[in-house]
Design a protein around this ligand. Structure first.
Ligand SMILES: [Ca+2]
Ligand SMILES: [Ca+2]
Ligand SMILES: [Ca+2]
Length: 263
C-alpha cells in the first residue's frame, strides 16, 4: 500500500500538484497585476484648444489701399466702425469689435492668396497693408493659454510676406520667413498666459500680412483614468482570484485526488 502511494506521489499525482500550484500562482499573478494596473492605468489627454468668444481688430485692407483684391473680414459677426456697422464689412481698416470671423472660423488657408481671394472680399485671409494690426481676443472666462498658433501666408508674390514678429500679451516673438513660399503656421509656446483677454500684434515686414486663423491651446496634458480599461483589468482580477481560490483548495487537499484505495 505504501509503495503504491509513494509511486503515485512520485508520478502522476506529483505532476498534478505541481501543475495546480503553478496555475494557482499564475492566477494570483493575473489577479494582482490586473488590480494594480486597474488602479494605476491612466491615459494622457492632449492639450485642449481654448476657444475665443470674440476678437477686435482693424478690418483688412483692399483695393482702396492699393490691393489687387479685397482682403476684408467681410462676414465678421460683430460691429464695424463705419455705417451701416453690421456685416458685410467692406471698409478698409475700419475698427471691428464684438464678433468672430475669418480668424476663428476653423478655415485655414492652404493656397496662395492669389487663388483664394477675390474682389468680393470673402476669401479666407485677412490682409493688412501699412499697419501693424493689433488683435484683442476675448474669452468667456479667465483661461490658461500655453500656445498661440498663427496661420499665415508666405507668398510667391513678394508683396505678401510673413510679419517680422508677433507681440503676444506684451512679449515679442521673432517670426522667421520660411524658405518655401507657401502658407505656413507658426506656434509660440510656454506663454503661461492667464486671463480673459489676450492681445496679438503683428509687426509689418514692409509687405502685406495675410492671416487666415489664430488658434490657442492650454498646454495642459491631463491624465484621466480609462474606464473601459479599468473594467477589463478588474475583470482580470476577479477571474484570477476565482481561479486562485479553486487551485488553492485543490493543492491544500491533494488527497482528494488520490485513488480511494490509497486514502
Ligand atoms: Ca479662418
Ligand atoms: Ca477674408
Ligand atoms: Ca518665404
Amino acid at each position: 500500500m505504501e509503495s503504491a502511494c509513494k509511486k503515485y506521489w512520485n508520478g502522476t499525482m506529483l505532476s498534478r500538484v505541481r501543475y495546480r500550484r503553478l496555475s494557482r500562482l499564475l492566477a494570483l499573478w493575473i489577479a494582482v497585476s490586473g488590480g494594480v494596473a486597474a488602479v494605476a492605468w491612466t491615459e494622457d489627454v492632449a492639450a485642449a484648444p481654448v476657444i475665443a468668444v470674440g476678437y477686435d481688430m482693424p478690418n483688412g485692407n483692399g483695393t482702396a489701399t492699393g490691393g489687387f483684391f479685397n482682403y476684408w473680414d467681410r462676414d465678421y459677426t460683430g460691429n464695424g466702425s463705419v455705417a451701416p456697422f453690421s456685416a458685410p464689412h467692406t471698409n478698409d481698416g475700419e475698427a471691428l469689435s464684438g464678433g468672430l470671423g475669418d480668424l476663428t472660423d476653423g478655415v485655414i488657408a492652404t493656397q496662395d492668396w492669389f487663388f483664394v481671394e477675390s474682389a468680393a472680399g470673402d476669401g479666407p485671409y485677412v490682409g493688412w497693408q501699412d499697419i501693424d494690426p493689433r488683435i484683442t481676443f476675448h474669452f468667456a472666462s479667465s483661461v490658461t493659454i500655453d500656445t498661440v498658433t498663427l496661420h499665415l501666408a508666405d507668398s510667391t508674390f513678394s508683396e505678401v510676406e510673413p510679419p517680422n514678429n508677433a507681440n503676444i500679451d506684451g512679449t515679442n516673438f521673432t517670426i522667421v520667413n520660411p524658405v518655401a513660399d507657401v502658407p505656413f503656421s507658426v506656434s509660440f509656446s510656454g506663454l503661461g498666459f492667464t486671463g480673459s483677454e489676450l492681445t496679438l500684434e503683428l509687426r509689418q515686414s514692409g509687405r502685406w500680412i495675410f492671416l487666415s486663423e489664430v488658434t490657442f491651446d492650454d498646454g495642459i496634458t491631463a491624465h484621466s483614468i480609462s474606464t473601459p480599461g479599468q473594467v477589463l483589468l478588474l475583470g482580470m482580477t476577479i477571474v484570477g482570484l476565482g481561479v486562485w481560490r479553486r487551485r488553492r483548495s485543490a493543492v491544500l487537499y491533494p488527497s482528494q485526488y488520490l485513488p480511494s484505495s490509497t486514502r
